[in-house]
Every structure is written in C-alpha cells, then in structure tokens.
Design a protein around this ligand. Structure first.
Ligand SMILES: Cc1cn([C@H]2C[C@H](O)[C@@H](COP(=O)(O)OP(=O)(O)OP(=O)(O)O)O2)c(=O)[nH]c1=O
Length: 251
C-alpha cells in the first residue's frame, strides 16, 4: 500500500487565507469529504502501461500521477475481419496484461493496478494504422479529407487482484476537405508521426475538425470522464489530487 504524495486540505483554503462565508462552506464540505474518504486514501500503486506522452499528460491533467510507467510492446496488427472497436479493446487488454505479467519482477509493484489504452481510427470498418512513412500519412489524410470517421479508444484497468475492467468510447468526427496546400504543409509538420490515423487533434489537425461528437480527450488518447469513473469505482482516491490542485494553481 502507498499513500498519495500529499493529502493535505490546502486546496480548500481561500487564496488570501481569509475565508469568506461561501469559502467556509467549501472548506467544510472539503473537510467532510476528506474525513469520509480517509480510509480510502491508501491505495495500491498505479502503473500506466503506455509510452504515449499524451496519455500521461491527460492523467496529470486530472490530478492522477501514476507511480510507474511500464509501456507494453505488443503486435498491433488487426486480425482478419476484426472490427475497429474489437481491435481497440483487444489491444488495450493485451497492453495491460503484458505490462502486468512483468510486474512480478518488481516487488514494490507486485500488487499494482495497471491502466492501458488503445486508440483506433477507422473509416467504416477500415482501420487506419499509425503511419511510419510520409506516403502512408498522405494516404490516411486523403481518406479522411472531407469525410466522417470514427475514433475508438478502449481503456483496460487491471485491479491488484487481477480483475479486468474495460471502457470503450466511440467518437465521430468530420474533417473539412483538405486542399493540397493544407495536406502538404501538414505532412511537412511531421505531427502525424506515431498517431493513429496520421493526425493529432491536439495539434494543427484540430483545425481540420468540422464536427466532433463524443470525447475529445478520448481522441487524444484517454477518455477522461470514463477513466475517472473507472478509477473512482475501483477505490482510487482521485479526488485528493483535486483538493490539492488549488494550492498550486488557485484559479
Ligand atoms: C487520433 C489521435 C491519436 N493520437 C495518438 C494517441 C496514441 O498515442 C496514438 C494511438 O496509438 P496507440 O497504439 O493507442 O498508442 P501508442 O502506441 O502511441 O502508446 P501506448 O500503446 O504505449 O499507450 O495516437 C493523438 O495523439 N491525437 C489524435 O488526435
């Protein structure tokens, strides 16, 4: 068992240190929340089975700091006739399992929970892989230009006693029709490298999106709404990070 780095209630204090009546109420609510959840503060270590800097940044955005990063290298080739949603779920599960199976070598992580995810971009049932080369990225952009596509992000969480929990989020997007100048400039930017479907919505390609229905964060790599509900449901003290946030960044 480990404790989160800081479980102080500083986040509930007013910015000036002089609590206004309304802030008092917030302080009390926060104190109650902390007291009510104090037994749950202890938690198992959390391992993020990902090499994606986006996934780590998304977790940090919601105040979750994994205790260790253990990326899993697996074969991501789709099976014959495998649907994009099924593929995303299978790969997320395989990444989580592969990372977990290696944890027994590390005594301090032996009882860790593992979180992994996979993002698949598809036009109909056609899966667009992560392009390695310029011509592959160009082909992906051609296919996405002026059309709708779907992004499936599956999350797999393995509890410390080995139970598997999955969440899958489907997001529909429509890209504008890309001019040859836009395509060439985008390809030159290199932002497509290592990204499912050959684009990154959090970068220049955000300007290509005419419509999005679903979860923006899932397209970037992790559906934050579902991840929080999953982790909270498994007893992770997610809200403690939120209580402490105001101390660092009093918005
Ligand atoms: C569509 C899209 C994908 N991506 C990224 C998220 C993922 O990193 C990647 C999809 O490939 P994944 O195989 O899901 O992830 P990964 O190999 O990069 O990392 P890991 O398996 O170690 O977790 O594409 C974006 O950053 N922005 C986008 O808009």
């Amino acid at each position: 068992m480990i404790m989160p780095k800081d479980i102080s209630l500083a986040g509930a204090k007013s910015r000036t240190g002089v609590a206004k009546p309304a802030e008092d109420a917030v302080t009390h609510r926060a104190a109650d929340l902390t007291a009510a959840r104090r037994p749950g503060v202890e938690r198992k270590p959390l391992v993020l089975a990902s090499a994606s800097p986006r996934r780590l940044a998304l977790l940090e955005q919601i105040g979750i700091e994994p205790d260790a990063l253990r990326p899993a290298s697996i074969d991501e080739t789709p099976r014959k006739g495998e649907r994009p949603r099924t593929l995303a779920r299978r790969l997320a599960r395989e990444k989580a399992r592969a990372a977990r199976s290696r944890l027994h070598r590390e005594p301090e992580l032996a009882d860790a929970c593992v979180l992994a995810a996979d993002t698949v971009v598809a036009v109909g049932n056609r899966v667009l892989m992560k392009p390695e080369y310029l011509d592959e990225a160009a082909a992906a952009l051609q296919l996405l230009s002026g059309r709708s596509h779907r992004v499936y992000t599956a999350v797999c969480f393995i509890t410390s006693d080995g139970a598997i929990r999955m969440r899958t989020v489907e997001t529909r997007l429509r890209f504008k029709r890309l001019s040859s100048e836009e395509m060439e400039s985008y390809l030159a930017s290199g932002e497509w490298r290592g990204k499912a479907g050959g684009y990154a919505i959090q970068g220049i390609a955000g300007a290509f999106v005419q419509k999005i229905v679903g979860s923006y964060s899932a397209v970037v790599g992790l559906p934050l709404n579902e991840v929080v509900s999953l982790l909270v449901g498994e007893g992770m003290p997610v809200y403690f990070g939120w209580l402490n946030r105001a101390e660092i960044d009093p918005a």
